[in-house]
Design a protein around this ligand. Structure first.
Ligand code: CA
Length: 228
């Protein structure tokens, strides 16, 4: 993780450079707003630690310029305590701020929170797309495709497919399906499941050569790729 510290108080900048490096970050430090903006725009930083009062361009001005083209997380340092200044800082695009003097451990904790938040979308993407053969289900976009072709599913059919896909290769009984998808606990209602599965199959498998959804006699249903 690469950080840029923009701070004109040399001793503080040096202290942050040393401390953050010891915490395992790769750290560059600059001492005025003009250099800071240039490096923030050109460099590939994961986060900026930005002082509010700087020669050249001040923190808010730098932030406003940066935000026109980059969404690098910014933690602002400020000597000002007023609520108004804090609001201005956050409105102009800072992700968090810390009032001087601050404890170094708090700075590190907040940096880690911001970095985690910034990397969260990529993590979520990994677990929210489920796949089997050419079937792909995007849980965030609520979208299912086979071989790139969109499947037009009802919400229940979508949930049924997600359940089968999450547990692909395992036979799911009608009772389990009824509980998980319909929140029903009556065996007498289970022909709803058969009807829904038949409809889902019509959309999921009928137009394609390889079949994914299979009935297992006396047991239930399973989603898996079987060799023809
Ligand atoms: Ca300053």
């Amino acid at each position: 993780m690469k950080l840029l510290v923009i701070e004109d108080e040399l001793r503080l900048a040096e202290y942050l450079h040393k401390g953050l490096s010891e915490e395992g970050f790769v750290v560059d430090a600059v001492h005025d707003g003009v250099d800071g903006l240039h490096m923030a725009m050109e460099g590939d930083y994961d986060l900026l630690v930005l002082d509010g009062m700087l020669p050249g361009i001040d923190g808010l001005g730098l932030l406003a310029a940066l935000r026109q083209s980059k969404q690098t997380p910014v933690l602002m340092l400020t000597a000002r305590r007023s609520v108004e200044d804090r609001v201005r800082g956050l409105e102009s695009g800072a992700d968090d701020y810390l009032v001087k003097p601050f404890a170094f451990s708090e700075l590190v904790a907040r940096i880690r929170v911001l970095l985690r938040r910034a990397s969260a979308p990529a993590d979520a993407e990994r677990v929210t797309v489920l796949r089997l053969a050419d079937l792909e289900v995007d849980l965030l976009r609520h979208r299912a495709t086979r071989a790139g072709q969109r499947l037009d599913l009802t919400p229940k059919e979508f949930n049924l497919l997600v359940l089968l896909l999450r547990r692909q290769g395992s036979v799911l009984s009608r009772t389990v399906i009824a509980e998980q998808v319909w929140d029903m606990h009556f065996d007498s209602q289970t022909n709803i499941i058969d009807v829904a599965v038949r409809r889902l199959r019509g959309k999921l498998d009928a137009p394609f050569d390889s079949k994914l959804l299979h009935a297992v006699r006396g047991m239930g249903y399973v989603l898996e790729l079987r060799s023809p």
